[in-house]
Design a protein. Structure first.
Length: 493
């Protein structure tokens, strides 16, 4: 429910930028902190307010558009307040157009009798609710007959964590106890930062693509950060792969943090380019693959064999956590010996026969000979659920043996696709498409020799991947799936 108001025009308070460095504000599809961002308003832009939500927390904003909405107007929501826990205040983010703003004390905190809520009290309330929901979720894990309540509880937890982040409480602070369950829940909807690798000798794509797939996996990323990071685990003399993963992991994370700082400092408060010329002139560094090469060996190799080597070394480690993480991974080989194209259903049946279908991470190794461009696109469509239903009039793209209708799940009832690694036979080169956790319908395309796929976007919808495979003759080579529910079961046990 919303409180109707007369339309009025507002702008962001300039004192937000002066006092807190806030020069833009997100507009969302729904009145919720975790809702999709549909637009961004900058300092000085004028907005038309149509109303306020019943709780007084969100402004209903009119967005002019040409189509897709009644009367030519789209509606979005803007958070009404800026919360600053460091000064125990919650502040009006917008001011009426042309109205003077108070000076001397910056933006004025709201009084309790004016409908304001002290930020510290609200943070404490949200944290208390989060603890209660966390215990409720753990209880629901044991009850497989109440999946709906479990899903609703998970969504509420995600919403609270988004609100806390919006109020200035970072995910790192919320998860400071390093609880595996909370980390998994948080990572369901938060994408990991992304970096590119160097490949000066054109021989390390098999290693960098594997690393990218593991980095963007919630299950592996959380497990590595919690148990295999350098501060948590010291590799033995013979654990060269683990040591290389640790060093590369640290370099990747540090350079991602540097990118974030560079982006935030790229403009000064008045919107002009940063005055530090060295910051603007220095290109973003690529993550080196040297440590991985030293561990796996110089020269070209097979990515599936590299994954098996990681699993074998972790299995042989004296570190119990490393052994446990090795047990999270299963590698299933599929071949094309018959007249049927390989499909996810074949991999799932194999997993069931081997009794490994409950593994949190399932990697499917697709061994296929060189394919035509059309077949590359068709096979990719088979392994991307969102694209399987699309029709293709080209006779070459039809299934060889009249494949059955596919379900909407990625693999079995609970595993979802994290990464699809493809192989460019003409150049003996790997590329990988990695899921964006925050936007699961989209993925990142990583290619450490971008000249081989000129014009390819770095981010695209999953449903566009078959077209990319067709255009660049990319043969699907390995599909990595994960089940967060299975990972949670492992944590509980």
């Amino acid at each position: 429910p919303e409180r109707p108001e007369e339309p009025r025009r507002v702008t962001l308070r300039s004192s937000l930028e002066e006092d807190f460095g806030v020069d833009s504000w997100n507009l969302r599809a729904e009145p919720a902190a975790g809702a999709r961002v549909v637009a961004t308003v900058s300092m000085g832009e004028v907005l038309e307010v149509l109303g306020v939500t019943a709780d007084g927390e969100w402004l209903r904003i009119a967005l002019p558009t040409t189509a897709g909405s009644v009367g030519g107007t789209a509606v979005a929501y803007a958070a009404r307040y800026f919360a600053a826990p460091s000064v125990l205040g919650q502040y009006e983010a917008f001011a009426p157009l042309g109205a003077p703003e108070p000076r001397g004390g910056g933006v004025q905190p709201l009084r309790a009798d004016g409908g304001g809520i002290i930020a510290a009290d609200r943070v404490q309330s949200l944290l208390s609710e989060l603890v209660g929901l966390r215990h409720q979720y753990e209880t629901l894990l044991a009850d497989r007959n109440d999946e709906l309540t479990r899903a609703r509880t998970a969504r509420r937890i995600e919403d609270i964590m988004s609100k806390l982040e919006f109020m200035g409480i970072s995910p790192e602070e919320v998860l400071s106890m390093e609880d595996p369950m909370n980390l998994i829940l948080f990572s369901r909807t938060h994408s990991f930062s992304h970096r590119d690798f160097a490949n000066p000798e054109a021989e390390t794509c098999w290693l960098s693509c594997l690393f990218q797939a593991l980095w963007h996996s919630v299950v592996f990323h959380v497990a590595f950060d919690l148990y295999l990071a350098p501060a948590k685990c010291t590799p033995g003399p013979g654990e060269k792969i683990l040591a290389a993963l640790q060093r590369t992991w640290s370099q990747y994370a540090l350079q991602s943090a540097a990118d974030a700082r560079r982006a935030s400092r790229q403009q000064d408060p008045d919107g002009s380019p940063d005055s530090d010329d060295s910051l603007e002139a220095s290109p973003m560094e690529l993550v080196p693959a040297d440590d991985l090469v030293d561990a796996f060996g110089v020269g070209y190799g097979d990515m599936s064999e590299a994954l098996a080597s990681i699993q074998n070394e972790l299995s042989d480690s004296p570190n119990l956590a490393a052994k446990a993480i090795a047990d999270l991974i299963v590698l299933i080989p599929l071949t094309t010996l018959g007249e049927s194209w390989p499909v996810p259903e074949m991999a799932w049946r194999q997993a069931q026969e081997w009794k490994v279908h409950g593994s949190p991470l399932i990697a499917v190794d697709l061994s296929m000979p060189p394919l035509t461009r059309t077949s590359c696109g068709f096979v990719a469509r088979l392994w991307l659920p969102s694209a399987r239903g699309a029709e293709d009039d080209d006779s070459e793209t039809q299934p060889m043996d009249g494949e059955d209708q596919h379900s909407e799940s990625d693999l079995g009832p609970g595993h979802r696709l994290v990464a699809l690694v493809c192989y460019l036979w003409s150049f003996r080169h790997y590329v990988v498409f990695c899921r964006r956790q925050r936007e699961p319908t989209r993925c990142l395309m990583f290619n450490d020799l971008p000249g081989l796929t000129r014009g390819a976007p770095k981010e695209l919808d999953w449903e566009q991947v078959p077209d990319a495979c067709y255009r660049y003759s990319l043969t699907p080579r390995l599909a990595l799936y994960e089940s967060l529910d299975a990972a949670e079961d492992v944590v509980r046990s």
